[in-house]
Design a binder for this molecule. Structure first.
Ligand SMILES: Cc1cc2nc3c(=O)[nH]c(=O)nc-3n(C[C@H](O)[C@H](O)[C@H](O)COP(=O)(O)O)c2cc1C
Length: 512
């Protein structure tokens, strides 16, 4: 495929300590991925290169039983232009998928910039590569349920180097993690990277709705040269590439139009005491330049029935406006508020967390589990900007802000930096900082909403929930009636997006 120069550029960064590619070899890898045709070609390439990597180790002394430090030294004498480590395999799959969706791709091996004994080299080149990119995929091996030290050094630089900090702000991030164990910490490594990238000012996405809509690519491979065998992991990596490509396109398209409406933000107040969160939301909303259309869903002490974990969720495929949870109690919060959840531009889960829980009302977990029908109802919140807003008393040490982030991301949203208000003795310590974060959130929300409306209006296929892990649901999904309803649902979404785009956006003169 010939990718136009104005297409978004996705930069793959590889944090593998036993990379097969570096220097020109990394550039060659990007060129090789660009030249790959169909998925079968990709898989064949990954297998050949994985086996070549194993061969590198054999030649470097494994066949003679040499100690690993000698093998390692011999490998470093190579030029780094053949073979792929396990992380490189996952990254290549993600980049290939992004390329297939019309993105330009590039690749950098972090061994080129962070030498074994520490320090940084060729920083200027690294910064330029990042500046040129619209989005970044960071692939890391899992070390102790976390990232490798190469990934850690990069993240430190995002915080420590002013130019890099500026370069990454507002760009999209996603990750791929490769571990030797099935559950060796791929997800924890991905989540920690997400948190750090958000705090560096990036927007984060996971993998796509065709795979699992979770936190990125999760590859299960330990031995040198084995990642090509993990079909499931490669699928999640490709899903990661598609997801970041879609959002990068969305943000590029946002440049063609201006958002002339107020942003529709849904605040989900899920844990509160004496209306504190609600009053803080009011304060933030009132000081938003141009205003926002806020819908405050105060569910902290509402009648939120627990999910019954049914095997049909949602009860049927239909348009988004129809309530489709099996729980039909008249006073149930979702039954009575469903329509308000549709048609938003951004979603902000909100909570107050205190050291002393007396008087704190929480519906957090019930609420989250009940949003399942909205997720499985073909991702009602797809591509919406989201970030937790948490007022946290110093010393409360609650896991809630992190849980809000990971649960909300599974709604196929785009995450931005959590907005955390620090409380001490009843006083909000960082009021100005919080107001700045909120204003930045609104600006990002407008940018994303602009691209989303253009994307959704153009994309007749829409986004569908793929019931990975649910055999019963998958069978039901094949029924002709279901498929027809799904077609109606996606057509309805596209039509709404077209109508909204017509009145909420103005297009620049250059746009046809
Ligand atoms: C220091 C170290 C720690 C590791 N910790 C984990 C771990 O916590 N979980 C896991 O699944 N694999 C762990 N592994 C295995 C690697 O993640 C795995 O071999 C991976 O395929 C390496 O990717 P690479 O080929 O790109 O280097 C560890 C390996 C090393 C060297």
């Amino acid at each position: 495929m010939n990718t136009p120069a104005e297409a978004p550029k996705i930069l793959g960064l590889c944090a593998s300590l036993r990379a097969g590619r570096w220097a020109e070899g990394a550039e060659q890898l990007a060129e090789q991925i660009r030249g790959l045709g169909c998925e079968d070609d990709l898989r064949a390439f990954l297998k050949t290169e994985s086996l070549a990597h194993l061969e590198n180790f054999v030649h470097a002394g494994r066949s003679e039983g040499k100690p690993f430090d000698e093998i390692y030294a011999n490998l470093k004498r190579e030029v780094g232009n053949k073979g792929l480590s396990n992380s490189e395999v996952g990254l290549s799959a993600a980049l290939w998928a992004a390329k297939e969706l019309g993105c330009r791709i590039d690749l950098v091996s972090l061994v080129d910039h962070f030498p074994p004994a520490g320090g940084v080299r060729r920083l200027e080149t690294l910064i330029e590569k990042i500046e040129e990119a619209d989005a970044i995929i960071l692939a890391t091996p899992v070390y102790f349920g976390d990232r490798s030290s190469l990934s850690a050094s990069l993240i430190e630089l995002f915080r420590g180097d002013e130019r890099l900090a500026e370069a990454v702000r507002g760009k999209v991030y996603t990750g791929v993690a490769v571990g030797a164990k099935r559950n060796g910490g791929q997800e924890t490594a991905l989540i920690y990277q997400i948190v750090d990238m958000l705090n560096a000012g990036m927007l984060a996405v996971g993998n796509d709705s065709e795979t699992t809509s979770q936190y990125g690519g999760t590859v299960h491979a330990g031995d040198v040269g084995s990642a090509w065998k993990d079909d499931y992991g490669l699928n999640t990596s490709m899903g990661t590439g598609r997801r970041i490509a879609r959002v990068a396109h969305q943000l590029r398209k946002a440049g063609d139009a201006s958002f002339i409406d107020t942003l529709r933000v849904g605040f989900w107040v899920l844990q509160d005491k004496d209306g504190y969160c609600v009053s803080q939301i009011e304060r933030l909303v009132n000081q938003t330049p141009g205003g926002v259309a806020a819908s405050v869903f105060d569910a902290s002490d509402a009648d939120v029935t627990r999910c019954i974990a049914c095997d049909i969720c949602p009860t049927e495929v239909d348009v988004d406006s129809k309530y489709r949870c099996i729980i039909k109690r008249k006073t149930d919060y979702f039954k009575t508020h469903h329509e308000g959840f549709v048609g938003l531009d951004a979603v902000v889960p909100v909570a107050l967390t205190l050291r002393d829980r007396t008087g704190v009302e929480s519906m957090y977990q019930q609420f989250m589990e009940r949003t399942r029908y909205l997720r499985r109802g073909d991702y009602v919140f797809t591509d919406l900007l989201t970030a937790p807003l948490v007022f946290e008393e110093v010393g409360a040490n609650d896991s809630l802000p992190l849980r809000m982030l990971t649960s909300t991301l599974r709604h196929h949203t785009v995450m931005s930096r959590p907005m955390i208000g620090h409380l001490h003795e009843g006083r909000l310590l960082n009021e100005d900082e919080l107001a700045d974060s909120w204003r930045a959130f609104v600006e990002q929300g407008k940018r994303l909403a602009t691209g989303r409306l253009i994307n959704a209006a153009e994309d007749a296929d829409g986004v569908r929930y793929n019931p990975v892990g649910y055999v019963l649901s998958a069978e039901k999904d094949k029924e002709a009636e279901t498929l027809e309803r799904r077609r109606r649902m996606t057509a309805d979404r596209a039509e709404r997006a077209r109508q909204e785009a017509a009145v909420r956006l103005t297009f620049s003169a250059a746009t046809p």
